[in-house]
Design a protein around this ligand. Structure first.
Ligand SMILES: *Cc1c(COP(=O)(O)O)cnc(C)c1O
Length: 396
């Protein structure tokens, strides 16, 4: 039976299911309240505790917390020495922050196309886009699946480039059984509520390099230091020096206390995400025209996002109608991402449509389905039911 439009039938759900959502419990609330009752709302002990928890989870020596993942990327671009005239290569299938950090430092983002299977940046296209001005490579572990980090590392080592991994999607993921956090010179995690664990707003850079660690600490706090090892002189106990033009990008103790409590739940959250992804994979295995997310055997994703792609030859309508029909079923679908260089600001800078054809084809056909650990089994079944209903309505 094919309904002529999806609006005439009763929606699969009566209330909207969002595509992502945090999971806060009483323990999280208690740990924030404890900070509120104490002496330090910011610049207290919870920040270092949270940083230690993230460094340990990521297998890295140092962690530096920032007020957001975007601020953390800015810090990494600064620590990498990106400046006027320098280029950094990244993917267009990402959130704008991955390349904006290069612009903040007056550098030039260069976009390499994605692989058609994993949707991660393609090392072969990175190689084609290297120039004498390339200073850094910024791969993104898209959806939670690590990029081809060994190939990227090899390209970087040949030319002395810095690798900054945007791991906003991939906390808890592994690549060739190595943890994300051990694969790049600097790795960024975001703690926005849609990510694996949250601090409300927050970001962390992990690194094994002491030099980057020191620069990141300076950068997040005005470029000011009181570290006796860094001071040029000493005029007294009040004395400090400003060595760089830094920003005020610090995380507060309130946010860090929430993050510390949330980190204890990371593994169970990631397990639940993997479980939901495998239920989707199974349910969509026999739906012609629906492409499920390919997983490279080198990776074990932490599944920030789950998207399907539509093979247009199979359907009577395009992506937009599919999207609207799923929303009409109260399934809070989304689209990740508009290729960054197609955003009006980047167009004004002179980036041209057509730059990365595989990324553009991908964008045209992708729909992100709800995926977050707090989803009930019924929520998961509602999504599956809605996809099958729309599939039946629009399949040739
Ligand atoms: C979430 C995200 C960031 C950083 O976001 P913040 O909201 O600033 O923490 C950066 N890159 C990607 C790919 C992201 O998804």
């Amino acid at each position: 039976m094919k309904p002529s439009t999806s609006q005439v039938s009763t929606p699969v759900r009566s209330t909207m299911l969002s595509y992502g959502q945090q999971w806060i419990d009483e323990q999280d609330i208690a740990s924030v309240v404890e900070v509120l009752k104490g002496s330090y709302l910011t610049q207290g002990p919870r920040i270092a505790d949270f940083e230690r928890a993230v460094a340990e989870e990521a297998g890295a020596r140092y962690a530096v917390a920032f007020s957001s993942g975007t601020a953390a990327l800015h810090g990494a671009a600064f620590a990498a020495g990106i400046g006027l005239g320098d280029e950094a290569i990244t993917t267009p299938i990402t959130f704008a922050a991955s390349s904006n950090c290069v612009l903040y430092q007056r550098g030039t983002p260069v976009f390499a196309d994605i692989r058609p299977d994993t949707y991660n940046i393609d090392p072969e296209d990175i190689e084609r886009k290297l120039t004498s001005r390339t200073k850094a490579i910024i791969p993104v572990d898209y959806t939670g699946q690590p990029a081809d980090m060994d190939a990227i590392r090899a390209l970087a080592d040949k030319r002395g480039l810095v690798v900054i991994e945007d791991a906003a999607h991939s906390l808890g993921a592994t690549y060739k059984n190595r943890k994300v956090g051990t694969l790049a010179d600097m790795t960024m995690f975001s703690f926005h509520p849609l990510k694996h664990v949250t601090t409300a707003e927050g970001g962390v850079i992990v690194t094994d390099h002491h030099e980057y660690y020191k620069k990141l600490e300076l950068f997040r706090s005005h470029g000011i230091t009181k570290d006796p090892e860094m001071l040029l002189t000493d005029e007294g106990p009040w004395y400090y020096e400003m060595h760089e033009l830094g920003y005020h990008y610090r995380m507060t103790d309130l946010h860090a206390a929430l993050g510390l409590s949330q980190m204890a739940k990371l593994h169970s959250f990631v397990e639940r995400r993997r479980e939901i992804a495998s239920i989707y994979n199974e349910a969509f295995s026999d739906l012609p025209g629906i492409v499920r997310p390919y997983q490279h055997p080198d990776t074990n994703s932490s599944w920030h996002l789950y998207m399907i792609r539509l093979e247009f030859s199979e359907f009577s309508v395009g992506r937009r109608r599919w999207f609207e029909a799923l929303r009409a079923e109260n399934i809070g679908v989304h689209v990740h991402y508009i290729p960054v260089y197609k955003l009006p600001y980047y167009q004004k800078l002179g980036y041209k449509a057509g730059l990365c054809p595989i990324a553009e084809q991908y964008y045209e056909s992708a729909i992100t389905l709800p995926l977050f650990p707090k989803m009930s089994n019924q929520d998961v079944q509602d999504v599956i039911h809605a996809v099958k209903k729309i599939h039946a309505a629009y399949k040739y």
